[in-house]
Design a protein around this ligand. Structure first.
Ligand SMILES: Nc1nc2c(ncn2[C@@H]2O[C@H](COP(=O)(O)OP(=O)(O)OP(=O)(O)O)[C@@H](O)[C@H]2O)c(=O)[nH]1
Ligand SMILES: [Mg+2]
Length: 329
């Protein structure tokens, strides 16, 4: 199968030192909450919430800037989405269970989102940042590739579940294919797959194979460019253009807007929270939020998602390949 090929790829030359970190309450990020961040000067806040806005003026006209602004919720919507990521007595956010095989995966009906990507791309760090309002939830990150060995399920109240996956490529677990491919192919409550690409190294062969797999399975998926703090501006722009070109030329199921994030600087995290709230059917955007029209073909499995009452239309994608309107309620 496709991912078998990824596992055997050896594109990493430098192996970082083994350091495992368990994030605890002490590790809470000072920008965990959008409310806190909203105290910042407008321009800084804009760059934090919409990281693309800082890069926009440097991109050539060849790149579709509209695609980066397809999902552009209002600050009010972002704040409403944040409530979903804030725990309360009635809305518990916690680690749920782990599985190494599909028959060990919990059977649940609530919407689910998962995070896949090469080992060390920053999947667990991103989830830790998304859950930073609940720092007691243990999400393990490590400098050593291949740290996450199991599919780790986290529940966000009754609203949705989120799955942290082992990485593919270097040091992927032996049972990776049976675990992750089977999950992606058969999980019926999976609403979105977030495919992470390291913004400091750009698209690698393993990423292209993973994109091919998402296409083959007809998954609705979204590309997230990670570690944007680590790359120079020039490098990052080059990598973003490459991602954009790939989405445009080689994908049908990928949401046209790549999301840019830095889990350490908290860039793009509030926007991603809002997108997750939206695609899991937990947030209806206010009318002043902007979701632009998108026109392209949708793979067959998308129809199943439409039937699940979380239509693709929610992310600006048309079922018929025709343009759709931006008010979906
Ligand atoms: N500079 C920077 N480093 C990051 C960022 N996100 C993650 N890292 C670092 O990248 C390394 C890998 O992070 P993880 O979150 O464990 O990566 P992963 O994709 O879960 O890795 P596996 O579980 O091995 O597949 C850690 O050293 C993180 O601190 C980021 O946004 N910026
Ligand atoms: Mg991990």
């Amino acid at each position: 199968m496709l991912l078998n090929r990824i596992i055997h790829l050896r594109t990493w030359t430098v192996l970082p030192k083994t350091i495992s970190v368990i994030f605890s309450r002490q590790g809470a990020h000072s920008l965990s909450s959008f409310r806190q961040a909203a105290q910042m000067p407008e321009k800084k806040l804009q760059g934090l919430v919409f990281p693309f806005s800082e890069l926009e003026s440097h991109l050539s006209s060849r790149v579709s800037k509209t695609n980066f602004q397809l999902f552009q919720p209002s600050f009010e919507d972002i704040e409403r989405a944040e409530a979903l990521f804030s725990p309360s007595k009635k809305h518990k956010i916690d680690y749920f269970t782990s599985a190494v095989r599909m028959d060990h995966a919990p059977v649940i009906t609530q919407p689910e989102v998962c995070f896949i990507g090469r080992s060390n791309v920053g999947k667990s760090s991103l989830i830790k940042a998304l859950f930073s309002l609940v720092p007691e939830v243990e999400v393990r990150v490590s400098k050593t590739p291949g740290h996450t060995k199991k599919m780790n399920f986290f529940t966000v109240g009754k609203a949705f579940t989120l799955v942290d996956m082992p990485g593919y490529g270097h040091k992927a677990p032996k049972d990776f294919v049976e675990m992750v491919e089977a999950y992606l192919e058969t999980r019926t409550n999976l609403k979105r797959t977030f495919l992470l690409i390291d913004g400091s190294v750009g698209l690698q062969e393993a990423d292209r194979i993973a994109i091919g797999m998402c296409e083959e399975f007809g998954l609705p998926y979204v590309i997230v460019v990670t570690k944007i703090d680590k790359a120079s501006r020039g490098e990052l722009l080059r990598h973003i253009v490459e991602v954009e070109d790939t989405i445009k030329m080689h994908t049908l199921g990928c949401f046209p807007q790549p999301f840019l994030v830095s889990s350490t600087q908290f860039k793009g995290i509030y926007l991603l929270r809002c997108f997750i709230a939206h695609v899991t059917g937990n947030l209806h955007l206010k009318s002043d939020s902007q979701i632009k029209w998108a026109t392209f073909q949708v793979p067959s499995r998308a129809f199943l998602f439409f039937q699940d009452s979380v239509p693709w239309a929610l992310s600006g994608i048309s079922l018929s390949g025709c343009a759709i309107k931006d008010d979906f309620r």
